[in-house]
Design a protein around this ligand. Structure first.
Ligand code: ADP
Length: 545
């Protein structure tokens, strides 16, 4: 017997409709090139998103068509999040930091029909335009007055599109499994692959994000979104904010320490999120300037993901800012949030040292998704906090296939997706990433975690960043090589660093050598590019240190 309740599809348009009516005055604050601080409300975003949907309809865009964006975090980009998905088309957020050949590849692969772009990317678009075969027109995200003269074919102006539309557009009712947005993986592990989210997966992910043991986002929060909107939809935050009515701060391209601090101060930011590299640089700025964040700011939590949160970042937020780090794990294929590290009742009253130890874990699984560990043969492993294995995940917001990649689904018969990460899960369900499967160092039958070594090294006050890669070894098969960047004006020798690591990691896992470099290669999303390091140090030979 079926129940007798109403059924309404879970649609992205319902988020902005809700925000516009229940939180109509909540602000969306943006920093951009053509207007240093722009303020609008969710009602404005809804009204203008509808105009964009109307304008795209007039340009011939239909349900399922892909429309690209090449833009920083700003209110116009937010309007595209709701306008394009809301009309049933697919928003394809393109990462402008990819190599131009990669952008050309993914825009052609996605077959985008129009491309919206921030005018800061004008020269990139001028260069790429002739190679983008399916793009019928390019829409500069600015007004006429700020539109430079550009050599771009079929160039349109965003504010003209908005101005020429009436406000009478109605969001269509769609099947909740309709595709809503498309993100390509950053290509750390090969060619970028497209992950195609649905309205339903996006809404369920957003709803879970707002739960108290997740990010606990609410109408009383002001969220500073340091994660780019082209990186897994800013981890789904624009949707979660509309769901809760939280005030939003969108920083544009300004992710330097000074700009972040000013925004946090001026806008009374309570919560933020981003990858570790952003926070490392931010905390360094705060230290150099001798600022007093604990007194100045009301920031109380920071979500960190994308790479392991270094202990020093967690400690600094805790001690100097009075803010708690919520360590989280996810990937493009998982929308991205799967686990978040929040304490349980039993952790209340624990001292700082114990809390920080707990926060080094990537956290507990959220309702709606499940995780498990398996060995190389697919056998499920124990969750004892010690046994490490392949991390598998399944659930409502996990991809089942890549976009336009022929062949079977990449899931097993029970829908489990192998993440490519190696992890442990303890008795309380806290998952800890030990490595990416291909980054592990396999030394004489033992696995050495490159992440554990990197974390230990970055706790040294003179070390800014560290990367550990496996180097072939005659006797042990592989041994770790540590490549480090010292902080400005800091002197540290190889031996000093090894002595420091000596009591922090098992002796047999100590790196066989340490190399100092000026900088480490990062992907477009700020992750260490170990593939590049492996190329660079491919012929490295150990000599005794
Ligand atoms: P790509 O796979 O192209 O780098 P993603 O952004 O999807 O792009 O990266 C997902 C990967 O990032 C995960 O598989 C994991 O290895 C890593 N990752 C994400 N969050 C964390 C975290 N908190 N700690 C350690 N690694 C993380």
């Amino acid at each position: 017997m079926l129940g007798l309740m109403q059924h309404h599809p879970l649609l992205i348009s319902s988020l902005i409709e809700h925000a516009a009516s229940a939180h109509s005055k909540s602000q969306v604050v943006s920093h951009s090139t053509d207007s240093p601080t722009h303020r609008c409300t969710y009602s404005d975003i809804n009204r203008r998103a509808k105009k964009i949907a109307g304008a795209l309809t007039a340009l011939g865009i239909r349900e399922g068509d892909r429309v690209g964006s090449l833009a920083w975090n700003g209110y116009r980009h937010m309007e595209l999040f709701f306008g394009i998905s809301g009309m049933g088309a697919v928003l394809h957020t393109v990462n402008p930091r990819l190599f131009p050949e990669q952008i050309e590849y993914i825009v052609n692969h996605a077959e985008d029909e129009y491309l919206f772009f921030d005018i800061g990317f004008s020269s990139l678009v001028e260069k790429l335009a002739p190679t983008l075969k399916t793009v019928k027109g390019f829409i500069a995200m600015t007004d006429r007055g700020n539109l430079p003269s550009l050599k771009i074919p079929n160039l349109l102006c965003y504010e003209d599109l908005v101005a020429n539309q009436y406000s009478n557009y109605d969001w269509p009712s769609l099947d909740e499994n309709t595709a809503s947005s498309l993100c390509y993986t950053s290509g750390t592990t090969g060619n970028p692959k497209g992950v195609l989210y649905t309205h339903r997966s996006t809404l369920l992910h957003a709803m879970q994000t707002c739960m108290p043991d997740s990010m606990g986002l609410s109408a009383t929060d002001t969220l500073f979104i340091a994660t780019p909107m082209y990186h897994v939809n800013a981890w789904g935050m624009p949707y979660a904010c509309a769901m809760t009515g939280a005030k939003v701060v969108l920083p544009g391209a300004a992710l330097d320490g000074e700009s972040i601090y000013r925004s946090m101060l001026d806008e009374a930011v309570t919560v933020s999120l981003g990858v570790p590299t952003v926070w490392l640089a931010f905390q360094q700025y705060v230290k150099e300037k001798n600022l007093q964040p604990k007194q100045d700011l009301i920031l109380n939590r920071v979500l960190i993901g994308g790479a392991a949160a270094p202990r020093v970042v967690v400690e600094t937020f805790e001690e100097s800012f009075g803010a708690r780090v919520i360590h989280a794990w996810g990937m493009t294929e998982t929308s991205p949030l799967v686990t978040l590290c929040n304490p349980l009742m039993k952790h209340h009253g624990e001292n700082l040292e114990e809390r920080i130890k707990l926060q080094s874990k990537q956290g507990r699984v959220q309702f709606g998704v499940s995780i498990k560990l398996t060995d190389d043969n697919g056998k499920t492993l124990e969750q004892d906090g010690k046994t490490s294995g392949h991390l598998l995940v399944r659930g409502h917001w996990i991809a089942s296939k890549y976009y336009h990649v022929e062949g079977r689904s990449f899931l097993d018969e029970e829908d489990w997706f192998d993440t490519g990460d190696i992890a442990t899960i303890d008795e309380d369900g806290y998952m800890q990433i030990t490595d990416r499967a291909k980054d592990l160092i396999k030394s004489g039958g033992e696995w050495i975690s490159s992440i554990a070594l990197e974390n230990a090294a970055t706790r040294h006050p003179s070390i800014a960043e560290a990367a550990v890669i496996a180097i072939a070894h005659q006797k042990w098969q592989e041994r770790p090589l540590m490549i480090v960047v010292a902080k400005n004006d800091c002197e540290i020798s190889k031996q000093e660093l090894l002595d420091y690591l000596g009591d922090k990691v098992a002796k047999w896992s100590l790196p066989d050598d340490v190399v100092f470099v000026d900088e480490l290669p990062h992907t477009a999303t700020g992750k260490l590019q170990k593939m590049k390091l492996r190329e660079q140090f491919g012929n490295f030979k150990f000599h005794s240190v």
